[in-house]
Design a protein around this ligand. Sequence first.
Ligand code: NAP
Length: 259
Amino acid sequence: MELGIAGRRALVCASSKGLGKGCALALAAEGVHVTMNGRTAGTLEAAAAEARALASGEVRTVCCDITTEAGRAEALSVAGEIDILVNNAGGPPPGDFREWGREEWLAALNANMLTPIELIRASVDGMCARGFGRIVNITSSSVKSPIPTLGLSNGARAGLTGFVAGVARQVANRGVTINGILPGPFDTDRLRQGIRYIAEQAGRDFDTEFEERKKTNPAGRYGSPEEFGALCAFLCSAHAGYINGQNIVIDGGNYPGTL
Ligand code: NAP
């Protein structure tokens, strides 16, 4: 399917690895001019080289911490007038809620709620003025179904989702959509770190835990960043203008609800 977004301009935050990279590659393959981001120059440039091999558009990189004000300003300046914004950042650490004080909460809120809100605030009016915009927030299946070890993530992402639910309805008549993608388990560094934590807590070895958890998913496997990127690219496409304010779970059927 031709997605109708060739020549559009995108900023994909935290896209040197994992789910963000899946999104950047999928958009690059559609001819979108993509700005990729991460904090580690080597990983970022390697991911950008992969994107350039697929791209007919331009691929730029901005090596910065997207959760800082300076990082966001640099990213927006490198990306230029964007039509597509994919919000993403590293997730908060796992742990027991009794261990988290104000500092830990502020860090989680900053990375996973306030950073995407700031980037939406900085870019959405330009999209409205130009009559086209696609904003996708990478959140987590924990928005629908909390993950006990990831309380910081459960809280911060729910806050972002609540805010976005309101804004999405305020910009839809200007050709701008804002949606969340809620990943279940995808095979990335982040997933492996989480499983390592759970295995250590339970006194089990990583490989056994990794394989056992895979079997508990109805699909019998973890998702891939490519599958994730394909959904993101569709939500950013010309065809998805009537999908707005939604939170789309992509998890192999792991969430057990009928709706
Ligand atoms: P990942 O494989 O660890 O990749 C994270 C990417 O973000 C890397 O490119 C990393 O590069 C970059 N990054 C992290 N913090 C950054 C920052 N402050 N500024 C700029 N770049 C930053 O993680 P992932 O699995 O793709 O996860 C992406 C998001 O989805 C996370 O918030 C995660 O919690 C959430 N999620 C993932 C899953 C899953 O199963 N994978 C499930 C639910 C939710 P540098 O470290 O070099 O900056």
